[in-house]
Design a binder for this molecule. Structure first.
Ligand code: 9MR
Length: 403
């Protein structure tokens, strides 16, 4: 028996045609919509910090160990969204990463680097040679006496080649030397200088270059806006350059106040360092809103029996509960003027890094007076953007305020 299946193809064809037309129409509408959206995006003001400064300089943030585990659901998206470069606030410092003569502790640093790679960020290592956050044993032999010059150089070399070598090709840049200059008196009289002499500076950069020839190498220091300190560092960098020591940038830490230092001083330093032919970076940006001991008429120094710790007088801690609107506005204005200056010098500035994500975790809550409530950063204690955040966007030329 022959089984004949008769199929009437007319309705089928009609169906195909109708489906094709519907698909075509739908696709055109969707593509059109996407184009409209794109146009809208192109025309609209950027909402992300890194986007606002794209093509000018990188925008970075210093991170702590609790921000690099991804488990911090509030901070991680903010970090990933707004910043394209990260620096470890503490976890690569000598005392953390190399606590005992033959013991390195890489766990947190490894996670920091993995975090940066995962989010496709420019990773800065901080810091290899510093007088602070370094154990005493570094400078001592087994009897507790000062090491010889050769032995200390060897110790420095071991540290640098172990740390830089571990992250070769992964950490993009290193703050090789931190805070080696003083306010007005040339080089800091650190153990490094005392035992090795000025050449310790050359050696630090040379060892770092040997360990990772592809990494950028920086000198990093605070108050570099101050003319005397600026001069000391200009001389230091020139001396290194004359000796063919690889140095690629100067990091101007920027722990600033609402009114000082002046923009003129900051600008003069940006120009002076740039004229050396190195990259200029604003590396540790925050703006304290709190008064200094000299600003107020109360004596408070628990170390000298004046008051007790944790009981800071209101004059020194005026915004214990919240920041007043007027100071909030002052902070915003300060960020606007700073970023207008940075934008003006975008040809010289390679990166601007904030020293922390939110006010809650800022080191300034405990320095120079422990137990205060400061508001130096762009996000508040609940990780919400402050008017200061808007000020930074405005510095890039963005006009509207955040709603
Ligand atoms: O912000 C850091 C703070 O948590 C540490 O307790 C402190 C220890 O010295 O270091 C702070 O970071 C410093 C940075 O490494 C170098 N420039 C000055 C920074 C503020 O003190």
């Amino acid at each position: 028996m022959k089984l004949v299946i008769k199929v009437n193809i007319k309705p089928l064809l009609t169906g195909y045609i109708l489906t094709a037309i519907a698909f075509f129409l739908l696709t055109s509408i969707t593509v059109g919509q996407a184009q409209t959206n794109k146009k809208k995006a192109e025309g609209s003001e950027p909402e992300l910090l890194s986007e606002a400064y794209e093509g000018m300089f990188k925008i970075g943030v210093a991170l702590n160990r609790w921000q690099i585990g991804e488990e911090n659901s509030q901070s991680t998206p903010l970090i990933a969204k707004h910043f394209n470069t990260i620096t470890p606030e503490n976890l690569m410092k000598w005392s953390r990463i190399h606590p005992q003569p033959n013991e390195y502790s890489f766990e947190a640093a490894d996670r920091f680097v993995e975090f940066g790679e995962k989010h496709d960020m420019f990773i800065v290592g901080h810091t290899l040679v510093w007088h602070s956050q370094i154990p005493d044993w570094t400078f001592e032999d087994e009897n507790g006496d000062d090491l010889s010059r050769e032995a200390l150089l060897q110790r420095m070399k071991d540290h640098i080649s172990t740390v830089v070598g571990r992250y070769k090709g992964r950490v993009d840049a290193w703050d090789v030397l931190n805070e080696a200059a003083t306010w007005s008196d040339g080089l800091r009289k650190s153990k490094w200088l005392e035992i090795i002499g000025e050449e310790y500076i050359n050696k630090a950069f040379e060892y770092a270059h040997e360990a990772d020839p592809g990494a950028e190498l920086y000198y990093n220091d605070y108050n570099l806006w101050a003319p005397d300190k600026r001069e000391t560092v200009v001389k230091m960098v020139r001396r290194l350059q004359q000796n063919d020591v690889p140095i690629h940038g100067v990091g101007m830490q920027a722990h600033l106040g609402l009114d000082s230092p002046s923009l003129d001083d900051i600008e003069a330093s940006i120009k002076a360092f740039s004229e050396l032919g190195v990259k200029v970076m604003i590396t540790e940006l925050d703006v304290s809103v709190l008064p200094s001991r000299d600003d107020v008429n109360v004596s408070y120094n628990p170390d000298e029996g004046q008051g007790s710790y944790g009981d800071v007088p209101e004059e020194l801690n005026p915004y214990k509960e919240e920041l007043s609107d007027s100071v909030q506005q002052q902070l915003r204005d300060r960020y606007v003027e700073l970023f207008e200056l940075f934008k003006k010098h975008q040809d010289k500035i390679d990166r601007v890094t904030f020293w922390g994500l939110n006010d809650r975790q800022s080191w300034l809550n405990n320095f120079p007076i422990p137990g205060r409530t400061d508001y130096p950063l762009l996000f508040n204690r609940n990780n919400e953007p402050k008017p200061a955040f808007q000020g930074v966007l405005e510095g890039a030329g963005r006009k509207e305020g955040i709603k």
